[in-house]
Write a protein that binds this ligand. Sequence first.
Ligand code: FAD
Ligand code: SIN
Length: 537
Amino acid sequence: MKLKFDAIVVGSGIAGLSLALKIAAAGRSVVILTKKNRADSNTNYAQGGIACVTSSADDFDSHVADTLRAGDGLCREDVVRTIVSEGPERIRELIDLGLQFSQNATGAYDLGREGGHTHRRILHVKDMTGKAIEEALLRAIARSPHVELREHVFAIDLVTARKVGAAGPDRVLGLYALDAVSGQVDTYIAPVVALATGGAGQVYAYTTNPDIATGDGIAMAYRAGVEVENMEFIQFHPTTLYSHDAKRFLISEAVRGEGAILRDLQGRAFMKDYHELADLAPRDTVARAIDAEMKKSGAPHVWLDVTHKSREELQERFPVIFQRCLELGIDISRDMIPVVPAAHYTCGGGVTDLDAATTLPGLYACGEVASTGLHGANRLASNSLLEAVVMAHRGALAIRRYLDEKAQPPGDIPDWVSGDVHDSDEQVVIAHNWDELRRTMWDYVGIVRTTKRLERARTRIANLAREIHDYYWNFRVEPRLLELRNLIQVAELIVDCAMQRTESRGLHYTLDYPEKLDVARNTRLRRRNIPAREPTL
Ligand code: FAD
Ligand code: SIN
């Protein structure tokens, strides 16, 4: 089937929904493709909230300075200033859509604090901010006549002028997407594609991210020749609930913002040994400190102690966290919480400018998939929802201008040619390779790295890439195979960027280069050998 729109948005988290709403507001036809149910996204799990200057005790300069400090020399200052200063207007729009941020007894916003912030500035809806945002945006989408939202549609790859051998400079023409229900691959045609596919936490064995976070957009963009940067900066969240299975439930940094203290197994508060801000130090420092404490003692976790707060206060402020811990027999008003770090956020991604435009004409990227320069080497807590909502607004305006002034009709795109073989072996090999990849990344490309470990990872990933390449071209595509292909691509990008960086900076720490270089540089990658016509076409 061939379908035509003015714009294709891939992803239905905060970035995709916000973009689609604002493109459609100009009367343009927009389709949102989302690979699972509409609310399945990292956005839906966000706890702490949105960092934004709304209090008279705070100011933009302070938020900018905190972001730059956390980013460790690699933030683009103009980008930081733009996103921080445009935040309040976008927050007002979310409120207009019906979002009700938590307030205190006086009716003022109950502003939370998180690591690296020198002021209370996190707007939140208790500890379920993301769910409230997702619901408000989905309600708005349902009211929008020009947006069609298609669930269980998996975007596989972009189609570009170069790939189909069309004349003229390269540009995006659309994409192929798998209907996960029918198994059919459809052709979506549009002069604009916006990737809002989120991050890649699933590339690690232990992550806070739900299973949608497989880096699909980053891999697709890279395969299409778009510049990708700073992929070595994977943020490990310091405090996720320790459990015997691989699932890692987040214990929000806002809990430390309310005074919780990290302790070793003997009960000693250790963060003051590592940073002057102690438990509210930036995330890279806290995650490394916990990792060091666990290695020193051999303990499988450290403790997070919030027992100074009453049961009533905790149930009111953190109802989801309170309930989840209680289900596991932990009453957080009396018991300390066992916590470990886990992969949480992809700071790098497809390079975009302040219009959310990538280096490929017609292709935009917004949210966690993109690298705008806001986060540098380490994202400041709660800056990602802010970035997504500000960049979606800017991106939508730029897309509207592009459609009005520059876009050429995409023309026709050849149908997808499917490999037709099915094999009983297929599922077990895919499942096995998923585990091997995620374990490899956790063991060799984690919080503390060495060149030898990175080389070991590179060899193993190359073997997996060969095997999956063969599957991809010969077998019928299905979501788990496509996700694994993307995860392998993203793992390669992370390792390649990490190998390029001969220093320790922000989230990248290597024992072989423990010092920071005087000059901060981005690590950039771009695929050079794109075949004129991909074999599927
Ligand atoms: P997502 O919300 O992840 O949405 C991606 C969408 O793309 C999904 O709909 C997915 O199904 C779809 N998709 C992906 N690939 C494909 C494909 N191939 N085809 C079709 N669809 C596809 N940040 C903060 O600022 N504050 C917080 O308090 C906070 N808390 C967090 C808590 C948790 C547990 C997690 C995991 C993250 C948290 N973050 C927080 C980070 C923040 O939630 C994310 O960075 C942000 O929500 C990303 O939004 P997004 O729209 O870019 O992507
Ligand atoms: C948290 O609530 O700790 C997550 C905040 C974030 O990732 O920005």
